[in-house]
Write a protein that binds this ligand. Structure first.
Ligand code: PGA
Length: 251
C-alpha cells in the first residue's frame, strides 16, 4: 500500500514571516489528510518552520543538498546538516540540472549522501521537449534512473526514495502533461523499478510534477501508478495547496 504523497516546492520564494505563516496554514490543512504532506522551503526558513509546526503533521524537506559531508564547499549545505531539521530532500530537480549544471554523476552522489544521512530522497527525473519529440522520453528517463542509482545500488529505491516524474517542458509553463502522458511515463518508471528489485518495486511511490494546480490535481491523481504530486507555484498559496492536498488524499 503506497500512501498518497504531496510535496510543495517553494523554490526561492517567501520571506521569513510569510514562510512561517504559509507552513502553519499548510499544517492546518494537512491535519486530517490521509496524504503525507511535505513542504520544501528555502534553506534559511527551515529551522523557523521546523520549530513552528508539528512535523508529524507536516514534514519538512530541503530543495537540494551537497554531495559532500563537510569541508571547503562555499555556499553548500550538507545532507548531514539538513538531517537535523528535515525529513526529506529533493535530488536532481531540473532547475538544478539545467541552471546549476548538475550532471547525472552529481545527482547520483547527492542521492547517496541523502540516503547515507537517513533523509528520504525525492529523485526528480524528466525529459526535455526535444527528447519527447524525438521519441526519446522513456530512454532519457530510464537513463537518468540508471545513473542516479549508480552509486547507491540499483535497488536503493525501496522505502527511502520516491521518484518524481517531472517533464521539463511542463514545469512552470501552465501546461501539465496529459494524464495519458503521465501514465505512459509512470509505467516506464514502475517497469524500471521492477527490473531492479521486484520485491520492493511496488512499495516505491511515483509522483507527477509540472504545472500541477487545484484544477488538474484530481485528474492526475486518477492516473494508475501515480501516487502523489510535486507542486511548485501552486504550493505558495495555502488555499490552493489545501485543495491539492484534498485531491491527493482522495477527499
Ligand atoms: P510548477 O513546478 O508546479 O511551478 O510547474 C514544479 C516543480 O518545479 O517541481
Amino acid at each position: 500500500m503506497r500512501r498518497p504523497f504531496v510535496v510543495g516546492n517553494w523554490k526561492m520564494n517567501t520571506d521569513r514571516d510569510g514562510a512561517v505563516a504559509l507552513a502553519r496554514a499548510v499544517a492546518s490543512n494537512a491535519q486530517d489528510a490521509t496524504a503525507e504532506v511535505v513542504v520544501c522551503p528555502p534553506f534559511p526558513w527551515i529551522v523557523s518552520i521546523a520549530e513552528s509546526v508539528d512535523r508529524n503533521t507536516l514534514r519538512i524537506g530541503a530543495q537540494d543538498c551537497s554531495q559532500n559531508d563537510d569541508g571547503a564547499f562555499t555556499g553548500d549545505v550538507s545532507a548531514a546538516m539538513l538531517s537535523t531539521w528535515c525529513d526529506l530532500v529533493l535530488v536532481g530537480h531540473s532547475e538544478r540540472r539545467t541552471i546549476h549544471g548538475e550532471t547525472d554523476e552529481t545527482v547520483s552522489a547527492k542521492l547517496r549522501a541523502a540516503l547515507d544521512h537517513d533523509l528520504h530522497a525525492v529523485l526528480c527525473v524528466g525529459e526535455q521537449m526535444q527528447d519527447r519529440k524525438a521519441g526519446k522520453a522513456a530512454s532519457v528517463v530510464t537513463s537518468q534512473l540508471d545513473s542516479a542509482f549508480a552509486l547507491s545500488g540499483g535497488s536503493g529505491a525501496s522505502g527511502t526514495v520516491t521518484i518524481a516524474y517531472e517533464p521539463v517542458w511542463a514545469i512552470g509553463t501552465d501546461a501539465a502533461a496529459t494524464p495519458g502522458d503521465a501514465l505512459e511515463m509512470a509505467n516506464v518508471i514502475r517497469a524500471w523499478l521492477r527490473d531492479q528489485d521486484p520485491a520492493t518495486a511496488d512499495t516505491t511511490r511515483i509522483l507527477y510534477g509540472g504545472s500541477v494546480s487545484d484544477r488538474n490535481a484530481s485528474d492526475l491523481m486518477a492516473v494508475d501508478q501515480i501516487d502523489g504530486l510535486l507542486v511548485g507555484s501552486a504550493s505558495l498559496d495555502a488555499a490552493i495547496f489545501g485543495r491539492i492536498i484534498a485531491a491527493v488524499s482522495g477527499s
